[in-house]
Design a protein around this ligand. Structure first.
Ligand code: FES
Ligand SMILES: [Fe+2]
Length: 362
């Protein structure tokens, strides 16, 4: 075959993921930030191709506004918070959390037209969630993530900006058969070589798979207090309640625990993806053990291991994005789907359904 030939998928063979275009639903809760990132010092963040300023009022309430003053367009994120108002850094106009101008310093009246889009935000678990679509369409709360702040768990987390479309990340974390290959030198868990069972639990996409006795990935041994060479049983359960977040539970059973030691542990991976700009996404990860009060050393060792592995994902996903962005053939190339893509296929089906409900398509 000539390299200049375009190999196109047959009609209907592929479910599009719209990776090179605006392909994100608006009417859902996305994660805007880790809750600790939002303080009285305004934070600038691109979310859904929109500049947003995130901040807390003096009483701790989080707020989100479009990050452009309507006077001469200064980013409000360069300004400061004064009580319940955010103050523009340029000529001092002030705005409340609904985006209404409450003060224009050089005149007595505030212009009626000085109105900024505001976005509903909610705190849930370790994160602050944002609704950037039609506020009238809010029909649910953010997913249940209370375990993230439950003292019975130790929750570790981190953040990446990834120069790749959010769907690439979402699919990546729902097909963990890549662990045996992409992460062979980090996870060192080489037994995931067959597809998991995929099913729906209501609106939640799920996968499940049991593994025979084998040493656990060294990334998670310290958190569970297990020797790295000890054979354990493992059941992997994945859940994606919404396109914004998914969980990967590593349920570990030690068939021969030391005296006075537990035999069962959970490490709950958490994968949060939020579209940022075209071809760029926020990825917040979490790794939680159902073990209270992990020591600083164990937490740091675990984080370092997870980061080394996720660096491998970021590197590869950015390569994929760059290639399809720069190749003039773009998305016009065949795409083969394997049995292990079952959860990812459902991601695309859900995405297409949500976009259709918003009157859009990819
Ligand atoms: S640009 Fe904001 S007050 Fe002038
Ligand atoms: Fe990975």
């Amino acid at each position: 075959m000539n390299v200049h030939d375009v190999i196109s998928p047959r009609n209907g063979q592929r479910i599009s993921n719209g990776m090179l275009q605006d392909n994100y639903p608006r009417n859902m809760w996305w994660v805007a930030a880790h809750r600790d990132e939002i303080t009285e010092k305004p934070l600038a963040r691109w979310l859904l191709e929109t500049p947003v300023v995130l901040y807390r009022l003096a009483d701790g309430t989080p707020a989100a506004l479009y990050d452009r003053c309507p006077h001469r367009w200064a980013p409000l994120s360069e300004g400061h918070v004064d009580g319940s108002k955010i103050v523009c850094p340029y000529h001092g106009m002030e705005f409340d959390t609904a985006g209404n101008c409450t003060k224009a310093p050089t005149q007595n009246m505030t212009p009626d037209t000085a109105q900024i889009p505001s976005y509903p935000v909610r705190e849930a678990g370790a994160f602050v969630w944002i609704w950037m679509g039609d506020p009238e369409a809010i029909n649910c709360d953010p997913p249940d993530v209370h375990y993230q702040t439950d003292p019975g768990w130790s929750f570790l987390s981190g953040y990446y900006q990834v120069d790749a479309n959010w769907v690439l990340i979402r699919e990546n974390v729902l097909d963990l058969t890549h662990i045996a290959f992409l992460h062979k030198n980090t996870f060192k868990q080489d037994d995931w070589v067959t597809p998991p069972e995929i099913y729906m639990d209501g609106e939640t996409v799920c996968y499940e798979q049991e593994f025979d006795l084998a040493p656990l990935s060294p990334l998670f041994c310290a958190g569970m207090g297990l020797p790295e060479d000890k054979p354990i049983k493992r059941k992997q359960i994945g859940r994606m309640p919404t396109l914004a977040i998914s969980f990967s539970d590593w349920n570990v059973h030690d068939p021969a625990p030391e005296p006075d030691r537990r035999s069962d542990f959970v490490m709950r991976g958490c994968h949060i993806v939020t579209p940022a700009q075209r071809g760029r996404a926020h990825y917040f990860w979490g790794a939680a053990f159902d073990v209270p009060g992990l020591s600083h050393d164990v937490a740091e060792k675990t984080k370092a291991g997870v980061i080394a592995a996720f660096d491998e994902d970021k590197h590869l996903l950015e390569k994929i994005q760059a290639q399809i962005s720069q190749d003039p053939r773009g998305m016009d190339y065949l795409e083969v789907t394997l049995g292990a893509d079952g959860a990812g296929v459902r991601v695309r089906q859900i995405l297409n359904k949500m976009l259709a409900a918003e009157g859009r398509s990819i």
